[in-house]
Write a protein that binds this ligand. Sequence first.
Ligand SMILES: [Zn+2]
Length: 347
Amino acid sequence: MRSLTSLVLVGLVACGDSDPDPLSPREVAFDATVDASGLSEDLVFEIPEGTRSITVVAEGANDALYALGAFALGDGADLVQLPSGPPGAAMQTSYMQEQIGQMPGGLFQSIRLGTFTHVYPYESGQSVIAGTAQLRVASNQPGPVAITIVMPEDDGANVLPLSVYLVSDTIVDPNVPAFTSELDRVFAQAGITVRIDGVERLTGTALEQITDFNEPQESPTSQSAMVPALVADRPNPGLDVFFVEQLPSGVAGLSLGTPGPPIRGSYYFGVIVRGGFQPAEMARITAHEVAHFLALQHVQNRGISGMTYPDPIDDTTPGVDNLMEDGTVLTPGQSFALTRSALLVVP
Ligand SMILES: [Zn+2]
């Protein structure tokens, strides 16, 4: 009996390896399992010709950290190159202690609690190589993980649809010309046209004032991660931007991912901005948070140890006017990364 059980289990795992659920040629889903080694089985998928970017989303337990343990494009070369041994301890140290959440290895990845997102390419020296690709998910906890891979066509999409929600009875609608013109100006640097699909007021949600804050990023159970569920049933194509009355002290806005999952229904689908600023400043904060969600890191982050961590883009410089510091400029490298986003649509 015992050997029969093993056989059945082996069969199931092998099946999971080779059979992705093809939602469409450009969207693939897998159910995988992270084992005691801290890695999932190898997941094999096809990158079609003419692919703009590859977004990998791994959704697992709320209290587990996720990233990629291996990732190879059509040429078969592993881009992660993890140090040997289980990756969980290093993931935990970078996320929980240093509060940076940078995955070890050769690929720039933001480790994330609950739901992880990676968008490739993230800098202009990288390109998508079509063909048979493979990846493994890494975690600090064994268990099941659901993977979605989105591979939009490289069709010149340059329109960014946004849906605006006012999570308040009282805050003023920020969607006025002084706001939209500045938002347009910032994204025009990357050749992106912002399209606001609508403004809706959400009342009586009990989420008007967000008071808890998690480092280094919001957790799946935080107040802010409850906000996207308010509109998860809307058919809108774009990214959700929520304006609230209050965020924790010193926080003007937050993105639920850096980058975030381009998947409506995820608790990390959206950015949250504190209302009440002048329109141009509100536009700058909104642009900064949306840029995080699509692709961009801060030009430089500082860990708890005092060590600095630059973004993976080689034409950004700390202390120079930039949207991902306190300014509004986007470099060509940042613009490239933004235009890879699966959230962009053709006009
Ligand atoms: Zn920021």
